[in-house]
Design a protein around this ligand. Structure first.
Ligand code: EPZ
Length: 417
């Protein structure tokens, strides 16, 4: 099994180019199923979750061609409606094919995603909302077996809780339903806007009518298009923290700074110097880091996907900090590993108390999920000596070329078998 060796501590300096967004690419790939034409996608990140989603689309009958800088998806013969457990078990976004399959084919059998390290992550909100569009479903042996013999029909739906995936599934399905759908209490993550822009370019009729309410008038024809996916804001945030925590000086490029202003403002508040340019942010880390209290929240709040990374920075603050994880019930698995490196973090339910003034010590570590894995790399970059991070397949699900990007800015990091 592959592992990463990190030799700290170096200040990172230089430029990092941010890849396309994994969490925008996944729903957009699922939405290509609505089409029976060719779609060209650019800026898809080269990460495992995208490979898995492409394999899932192929298993559903999509023809996929990978060119150097683009992915061509031809759905003219896409006709299968069965998403198997084997493909959905490693990637929860597999459930996103349910909406488009039902919209296009009126029936589908999609595996329920398996359990997940960061929480139970049910899909009840997706299913209840789809049933309001006329879908009948049952759960049988771990599969959702669903059909809508008369096709999907628009409706008014208020989500009981803000869910990124359920909002995406319903926007895609409603785009192809008969009549008008109004979805309220929607997630408004930038990745959802990217999906909406993609669908609109394909010819769908979608409009935000208030902050969390969207109106969708179903269409029956989809255009052939070429679309470039937005930047990965979590990857960008991760490297901003990498600069802050190593007291480095990084230019984070190929981004839209406005989209990550919550993160930029927080890093400034904690002591980093941040200069905003057009498609780039330059960040200079400071030895003195202030403590704070953070609660993760749906966008535009502080993202749960950056909670583990910011925790590493707060270990170096002048006093203790508090982090409240309000999205997932079990997203503190990095805590035990960070404590093995000398951190002093205690948890109580969804609250973590992070003592400051920590100098991380190198250690052999175990990655547990995507963002937890990267937080261990950040801590290891500041620890004098050699750290070894095991089970890095989690990392490969969502970070493109992470060692290459870090090496280029001065990190000593290598992958070993
Ligand atoms: C998306 O997951 C992201 N994944 C996650 O990224 C991210 O952490 C999360 O949104 C929150 O921002 C993708 O975009 C592919 P949710 P999703 O539905 O859609 C509960 C990463 O590291 N819920 O907004 O699955 C759920 O359990 C990751 O890249 C229900 O109860 O998240 C959670 O507590 C991991 N029932 C909360 O809602 C449902 O039917 C928010 O989940 C659906 C969700």
């Amino acid at each position: 099994m592959q592992k990463l060796e990190v030799f700290g501590a170096n200040k990172l300096k230089g430029q990092i180019k941010i890849s396309g967004s994994k969490n925008a690419s996944l729903p957009i790939l699922a939405a290509t199923l609505l089409s029976n034409k060719k779609i060209i996608l650019k800026n898809l990140p080269k990460v495992r979750d995208i490979e898995t989603m492409l394999a899932l689309l192929q298993s559903l009958g999509s023809k996929i061609k990978l060119d150097k800088n683009k992915t061509i998806i031809d759905n003219s013969k896409q006709n299968k409606k069965f998403a198997s457990y084997n493909l959905v078990k490693t990637m929860r976004a597999g459930i996103l094919v349910l909406g488009p399959l039902l919209a296009k084919h009126k029936s589908a059998k999609v595996s329920l995603p398996g359990g997940c390290a960061i929480g139970t992550r049910p899909v009840d909100i997706h299913l209840k909302a789809l049933s309001k569009l006329g879908v009948k479903y049952k759960i049988d042996q771990g599969y959702v077996i669903a059909n809508a013999p008369k096709g999907l029909k628009g409706n008014k739906i208020k989500f009981p809780k803000i869910s990124v995936g359920a909002t995406e599934n319903l926007i895609i399905a409603a785009s192809f339903a008969k009549g008008t759908t109004i979805l309220s209490n929607c997630a408004i993550e930038p990745e959802i806007n990217d999906l909406v822009n993609f669908l609109k370019e394909m010819g769908c009729n979608i409009k935000w009518i208030s902050k969390r309410t969207i109106k969708i008038i179903g269409v029956s024809k989809i255009k052939e298009i070429s679309y470039s996916v937005m930047f990965d804001r979590i990857e960008a945030g991760t490297y901003l923290v990498a600069a802050a925590v190593t007291e480095g000086n990084l230019r984070i490029s190929n981004i839209v700074p406005e989209i990550i202003k919550t993160e930029i403002n927080l890093l400034k508040k904690l002591g980093s110097k941040v200069m905003i340019k057009k498609n780039e942010v330059q960040i200079i880390g400071n030895r003195k880091i202030k403590n704070t209290k953070i609660t993760t929240a749906p966008y535009p709040g502080f993202p749960t996907d950056l909670q583990a990374q910011i925790m590493v920075l707060l270990c170096k603050a002048n006093k203790s900090s508090i982090i409240k994880e309000d999205i997932f019930e079990n997203r503190f698995m990095h805590v035990a590993e960070l404590n093995r490196m000398g951190a002093r973090i205690s948890t109580n339910g969804n609250k973590a108390i992070v003592e400051g003034n920590i100098n991380f010590a190198p250690a052999e570590l175990m990655a547990t999920d995507l963002r937890a894995s990267v937080s261990l790399i950040l801590a290891a970059l500041t620890a004098k000596g050699k750290s070894v991070i095991n089970r890095i397949y989690h990392l490969d699900r969502g970070y493109e070329n992470i060692e290459k990007k870090l090496k280029k800015v001065g990190a000593k990091i290598r992958r070993v078998n």
